[in-house]
Design a protein around this ligand. Structure first.
Ligand SMILES: C[S@@+](CC[C@H](N)C(=O)[O-])C[C@H]1O[C@@H](n2cnc3c(N)ncnc32)[C@H](O)[C@@H]1O
Length: 244
C-alpha cells in the first residue's frame, strides 16, 4: 500500500510541476498568500452553509465564559476572512490574529457586516508567538480550520493557554485525517503534498485530536464528526472546546 501511495503521489507531483517550479524559484509563497484569501472568501460561504447547525451548536455556550469584566473577550486565531463572526454573541470584544496580512480587507468587510461585535484589533502574527497579547487577558480563543496549517501545534496550544485567563476556553472545529482503514485516508495520503502547496500549508492527514489531548487543559470536550461537506477529503472533523 505504501508503494502505491508513493507512486500515485509522484504522478500527482509531476502533474503539479509548474507549482513546484514556482516554489523552487521562491515565487509560490507570495502568489499563494495573495490568492488564498479570495479562495477562502468563496469557500467560507459554502462551508458555513453546510456547517451552520454544527457551528451554532459549538458556539451556543460562549457566553458562559464571560470574564469578571462582564464583556466576553474573544481571540480568533487564524481568523482568515472572519467566517465565525456571525456566530458570536452581541457585545463580544474580538481580537483577530493571522500571519497573512492580505486578509485585512476581507476582515474589514466582515466587521462591517457584523455590527453586533466590538472589534478590537487585527494582529499580523503566527499563533506560535502572540507576544502582542497579554498573558491571561482573553476569555475565549477560537480556532477553526487552522490546526491543519500551523507549523507547530504544540507551541500554538501553549500560547493559547498563556493568553487565556484561568477558566477561559479554547473552541475548535478542524478537519483531520480519516480512519487509516478507509479509501478516503488513502486519497488523503496521496494528495497531501500537492494539497499542502496549493492551500497555503494545509495538511490532510493531521491527527489534531492528539495534540489537544496532550495539551495542558483541565477539561476537554472533543467529538469526531463526518461533516456534511461536498469535499470528501475534508469531511472527517473534530470539534468541541477545552477549558484552561
Ligand atoms: C483554512 S484558513 C481558515 C480561516 C478561518 N479560521 C475559517 O474558519 O474560515 C486557515 C487560516 O490559518 C491561518 N494560519 C496559517 N498558519 C497559521 C499560524 N501559524 N498561526 C495562526 N494562523 C495561521 C491562515 O493564514 C488562514 O487564515
Amino acid at each position: 500500500m505504501a508503494l502505491t501511495v508513493f507512486i500515485l503521489r509522484l504522478a500527482v507531483c509531476i502533474l503539479a510541476f509548474p507549482m513546484y517550479l514556482l516554489d523552487f524559484l521562491g515565487l509560490w509563497n507570495w502568489i499563494c498568500k495573495q490568492w488564498f484569501p479570495y479562495f477562502l472568501a468563496r469557500f467560507t460561504v459554502m462551508y458555513n452553509k453546510q456547517m451552520e447547525s454544527k457551528k451554532q451548536e459549538l458556539f451556543s455556550n460562549l457566553r458562559e465564559f464571560t470574564g469578571p469584566s462582564g464583556k466576553l473577550s474573544l481571540l480568533e486565531l487564524g481568523c482568515g476572512t472572519g467566517a465565525n463572526f456571525k456566530f458570536y454573541p452581541s457585545g463580544c470584544q474580538v481580537t483577530c490574529v493571522d500571519p497573512n496580512p492580505s486578509f485585512e480587507k476581507f476582515l474589514i468587510k466582515s466587521i462591517a457586516q457584523n455590527r453586533h461585535l466590538q472589534f478590537e484589533r487585527f494582529i499580523v502574527a503566527a499563533g506560535e508567538n502572540m507576544h502582542q497579547v497579554a498573558t491571561g487577558s482573553i476569555d475565549v480563543v477560537v480556532c477553526t480550520l487552522v490546526l491543519c496549517s500551523v507549523k507547530n501545534q504544540e507551541q500554538i496550544l501553549q500560547e493559547v493557554c498563556r493568553v487565556l485567563r484561568p477558566g477561559g476556553a479554547f473552541y475548535f472545529m478542524e478537519h483531520v485525517a480519516d480512519k487509516p482503514s478507509t479509501w478516503n485516508y488513502f486519497w488523503q495520503q496521496v494528495l497531501d503534498p500537492v494539497w499542502h502547496l496549493l492551500f497555503d500549508g494545509c495538511n490532510l492527514t493531521r491527527e489534531s485530536w492528539k495534540a489537544l489531548e496532550q495539551a495542558r487543559f483541565s477539561k476537554l470536550k472533543l467529538q469526531h464528526l463526518q461533516a456534511p461537506l461536498s469535499w470528501e477529503l475534508v469531511r472527517p472533523h473534530i470539534y468541541g472546546y477545552a477549558v484552561k
